[in-house]
Structures are given as C-alpha cells and as structure tokens.
Design a protein around this ligand. Sequence first.
Ligand SMILES: [Fe+2]
Ligand SMILES: [Fe+2]
Length: 388
Amino acid sequence: MKNIGIFIGNFNPIHLGHTSFLKNIKKEYSLDTIFLIPIENKNEENLNHIPIKEKRELCQLAIKNLEFIKLYPENFKENEDTLKFLNDIKNKEKDCNLFLVVGPFSLAELEKNNDIEKILKLAKIITLAPLKLFEKLTKKFKSFIIKPSKLKPIQSRKLRILIAQKKEFSTYLNNNVFEQIKKHKLFFGKESLFLECYDICRQNTSKKRFSHCNFVAKAAAELAAIYGEDEMDAKIAGLMHDLMKEKTKEYMQNIFNSYNFKLNDAQKINPKVWHGIVGALYLENVLEIDNKKIINAVKYHTVPRKHMSNFEKIVFMADRISQDRKYKDVQFLRDLSKKNIDDAVLYSLKNTISSLIKKESTISTPTIECYNTLILKKTENLKENENK
Ligand SMILES: [Fe+2]
Ligand SMILES: [Fe+2]
C-alpha cells in the first residue's frame, strides 16, 4: 500500500525549510509521494499574500529536482473543509495510507473546529505544532498523533520581512525560487513590510487597540506628508507604536531580560511607559526590522527624549491627535500639529507636565529635557525673527 503525504500550506513563499522538512519526513515515514497543496487565499487586501499563480510557480521551481514531491493539481481554498478535501484524495488514490502534514496555524484551526478526531480516522497527522499545543493534543487524542519533527517551526513571516527590507535572503531559498522572487520583486518594499506589521498588530492587540493603532498610522502618515518624512515609515511606526500596550508586566519584564535592557529608576516605577521600549525591542530583535527611525519613534512615543527627531515628534503627536481621541483641545492640537510640530509637542508636554504636578507625580528627566530643548529653540526662533 502506498504512503501518501499531503502538505497543505500557505507556501508564501515556499522555502528550504519546507523542502528539507519534506525530505526528512519522507525518510522517517517511508512516504512514496507527497502532494504539495498551496492555499488559495481570499482576496483580503491587508495580507501580504502573493497570488496563487505565482505561489504555484514558485512551488514548481522549488520541487523541480525532488521527484517524490508533486504539486497537486487543485488548490486548497482558504476555509475549505480539510476533511472533505482529504476524503476526495483518498477516493482518488484508492488503497493508500494518508499522512496529513500541518503547520502550527492550520493545526490550531483544525483543533478549534473539532476536526482532528475525524481526520485521524482518515489520515495520520505529522505536525510542526509548538510544544504546548502538541502536548495538549497528544493528551486529548492519546496515541493518534505522530510526534512532531525536531525541526524548528518554519517562519515564513520572518523571511518575508527580510525580503521586504532587501536584506540577505538567498540562503533560505532554492536558487530558482530566489531568482524568481528577485525578478518579479515579490514581497519587496515598504508596502509589504506594512502588511506584515498590520497582521502582527491585529494578532497581538484587542479590537479597540488595533483600531487606535490604525488611526495613529493614518495620522502619522498625514503629518509625514506635511513635514517631508517618509509616509510609509510613519504609517508603520504609527501602527506598531502600541503593539505591546496590552501585554502583561511579566511579559514585558521577560523581554527586558531577554535583551539585557536595564530600566532607569524613573522607568522602573512607571510600568505604563514600558510598552514603548518593549515595542522597540520587539521590532528590532524579534521582527528584525532595521529602520532606526521606526524603532526610535516607537520607543519614544510614551516618554520623549531631549533631542527628538522630526519623525519621532510626528509619531508622538499622531498618538495624541488620532481620529479616535476625544479630549477638550484635541482639535486645536490637530491643527497646531499640522502648522508647527514643535509647538504641538510643546503644548502637549505642558499639559502632561502640569497634570503630573497636579497629581504630585514624578516627571521623568527626558520629558523635562525635551521641554527645555523646545523652549530654547522657540526663544531662539523668536529672537531671530525680531532681528530680521
Ligand atoms: Fe502608547
Ligand atoms: Fe497609543
């Protein structure tokens, strides 16, 4: 009886992680053929997916010299019934043992829909699930699930972020796939990076927070256009500024420890401002975004610093004037931000400082330094104008 593997995946794009994993499981489970079945995503605008035609072309190039892997003639539509799809294959292939290969997201999805038990009657499952989910499932389904591969889960997202930033990405891809991606500029550019960030932000924030982040992104892009900064960078920074806002204190402390970040005394006593720093650490180290402008704008959106760049001021103000903000002088501040960003930051700082004084709270040194820098700049400008 033939052993047939079915690998339904996003393959967005297919990389060496996929193919080396398939080589391993072919050996381990004596598979005769593995069908590669790319998922055809719905036309969701805000996801960084290449069209199914391109996906299939890349898959074809990647498996050119791997005869045991075949591109399945049909695509798997997003939200399609896996069970029905497997049944069809089983009927077509007649006498065979089926092995369903699933990544962490698909497995979680199958678990949510209570499909695993039914699938296990048809096929064995080879999974790349993270340990936690895997343990939960093996407990639930006892001996059914085959152990996951020792390989690390594949991270296509990371690869796409590398490509978007034009970093070195050839080592992760088959040569022909690499050339094709380069030739057609697939996943290239800031738009692509924005779409990845959009998805990450959506997955890590509540509906309300996500909506706030989007409003801030919009406001930041508008201000960037006025002040001659890169609109897409501003959009990304605005979107990601509160990525860590809803994380627990413990989570944030872990990030500080992981990247050896030492909080100063003022920061230590004020966990409310941590999310900016944690967000910046995450962007730089986990997502490996190397645009310092974006990283610093996220870092200093809670507490400013002595010499804020124009870009940092833009994101700082965008957070305060976004469409969802509703406080007394918000409209005044919106207009002021468009006219003079320094005056807007100064006005905003004055409000913050006076409310901290009223509450008898401490005021961080960088906040005062930023205030002083802006006041000095303003005085100098006034003098200059008088002398003209
Ligand atoms: Fe924030
Ligand atoms: Fe915010």
